[in-house]
Design a protein around this ligand. Structure first.
Ligand SMILES: Cc1ncc(COP(=O)(O)O)c(C=O)c1O
Length: 469
């Protein structure tokens, strides 16, 4: 027979358990509400940026007076720590790590979230979102390559394919040609990406997205983003654009129908040449034949592939780039002016076979560039990068490289310093000769990234080197 004492004890412990569960529920409610409020505040801040000028957004981003008061700092402090925290309670920690509350980078492990990359992502997302009514969201990654991986992998399963222009950075070509096939993902290269029907022919039931790099490195192909996004959407696919070379100061691909934008922010986003980084920005709603990815793409990646694979951006690098973005438009305007002068000078030079620069009327997609490449005030500018072919083939290109005594010969671009390189032997050296030929990278091609130095110095150094060819 069960004693009444036993029943009394049992009822007391049940009561205690119920009280405990009630306390947890109340706490959960509190943190979930707090999270919802933070997300709502962020959403409002993102909405407010829609009415701001490019320069205001590139200066402040989403770091407002409330943050200044909280952190007692006029500029975003550096959160150089592996971990934020501490959690307010066990419930707080459990909700945060189960991704039910993702609002507070202060408390997260830096692989997952941290104030500096978070603020950087919001700033770039806001800049990319200027000019379109939809809200944007983003994540920053350890490099441009990892941003491309994070933007593309979530769409792919074994047996799937995607269609891409073959005018892409050498690293992207290697990723798609060498690494992705190991997972059963097939790239379908388009050799003449300016022919729209050639894209359409390669789309089938297993196609998951279209990918384009525009302007392309190093041949400066400019994609008709409007036409490509229309084509992608006709097949319920997203258009992913690598817009590294343009940066949001020159082209905001969402205005032309893109769904996802990726950047190597190691480049013009960050003139200092001090930090490697990447960014993936998506519209809040994208077109895709994968239902689960239609909403909140970048945030989903943050809680999925990004968190699980670990390509996080160092807070230190993030803060360098966040600061560099403050002068993005000014730098882009100046290097574009310099580049235009250099391109015009080179085009007239008798030892130059061809100049690739979207600002030149001779550029095959100049009309498209004129439509797409504009500073925020609407004036055309065509960016820092140009490339040119030296008459006489590889030997003459080598001679030119031996004699150019200006800027630096390195595999980089977009910094405030002039840098240049011979692509066939460096950036695209991993490609076969035939692959390079198909991608328009001849043996006599020089890629030249225009810096902020006085343009007359740059031109007189080019003149000297060309005289010796
Ligand atoms: C257009 C473009 N996309 C992506 C990348 C890769 O960026 P990262 O070097 O930051 O990984 C590069 C690098 O040169 C690039 O030029």
């Amino acid at each position: 027979m069960v004693s009444s004492r036993f029943l009394q004890d049992k009822s007391t412990s049940l009561k205690k358990e119920l009280q405990f569960l009630k306390k947890i529920k109340t706490e959960e409610k509190y943190f979930l509400k707090k999270s919802k409020d933070t997300i709502a505040k962020r959403t409002n801040q993102m909405k407010e940026t829609k009415n701001q000028a490019f320069d205001t957004v590139s200066l402040w981003g989403l770091y407002g007076r409330d943050d200044m008061k909280a952190f007692k700092s006029v500029t975003l402090p550096l959160f150089m720590s592996t971990t934020g925290g501490p959690f307010d309670s066990l419930v707080d920690g459990s909700l945060l790590l189960s991704y039910k509350t993702i609002d507070d980078p202060n408390k997260a492990y830096t692989r997952i979230d941290n104030q500096n990359p978070d603020h950087l992502a919001m700033k770039i997302a806001a800049l990319e979102g200027l000019g379109v009514p939809q809200l944007t969201q983003g994540i920053c990654t350890s490099s441009g390559m990892s941003a491309i991986m994070m933007a593309t992998m979530p769409f792919l399963q074994s047996g799937d394919n995607f269609v891409s222009s073959n005018r892409v950075y050498g690293g992207t070509q290697q990723l798609y040609d060498v690494t992705y096939p190991k997972s059963g993902w097939q790239v379908r290269w388009i050799d003449k990406p300016w022919i729209l029907s050639s894209w359409e022919k390669r789309i089938d039931k297993k196609t998951k997205f279209l990918f384009v790099e525009s302007p392309s490195n190093p041949t400066l192909y400019i994609a008709d983003l409007e036409a490509l996004s229309k084509l992608a959407h006709k097949y319920n696919l997203p258009l992913i654009v690598d817009s590294t070379l343009a940066s949001p100061a020159l082209t905001r691909p969402f205005e032309y129908g893109a769904d996802i934008v990726v950047h190597s922010i190691s480049k013009i986003a960050n003139g200092s040449c001090r930090a490697i980084g990447g960014a993936l920005i998506s519209l809040d709603k994208i077109t895709t034949n994968i239902k689960s990815l239609r909403e909140n793409f970048a945030n989903q990646v943050k809680g999925g592939h990004f968190r699980n694979m670990g390509p996080c951006l160092s807070p230190f690098n993030a803060q360098i780039i966040w600061d560099e973005l403050i002068t993005l438009r000014l730098r882009v305007k100046q290097v574009s002016e310099n580049a235009m002068n250099i391109a015009k000078y080179l085009e007239k030079h008798p030892k130059i076979e061809k100049v690739n620069y979207p600002g030149l009327i001779s550029h095959p997609q100049h009309k498209i560039a004129k439509r797409l490449m504009k500073l925020p005030d609407g004036t055309n500018a065509y960016g820092h990068l140009l490339s040119f072919n030296i008459k006489g083939g590889l030997e003459k290109a080598k001679k030119f490289a031996e004699n150019l005594d200006f800027g630096v010969q390195v595999t980089h671009l977009g910094g405030s310093y002039t840098v240049w390189v011979h692509n066939a032997t460096t950036t695209h050296g991993q490609m076969t000769h035939d692959e390079r030929k198909a991608a328009g990278i001849a043996d006599n091609l020089i890629r030249y990234s225009v810096g902020l130095e006085g343009v007359t110095d740059a031109i007189s150094a080019l003149e000297k080197a060309l005289n010796k060819v």
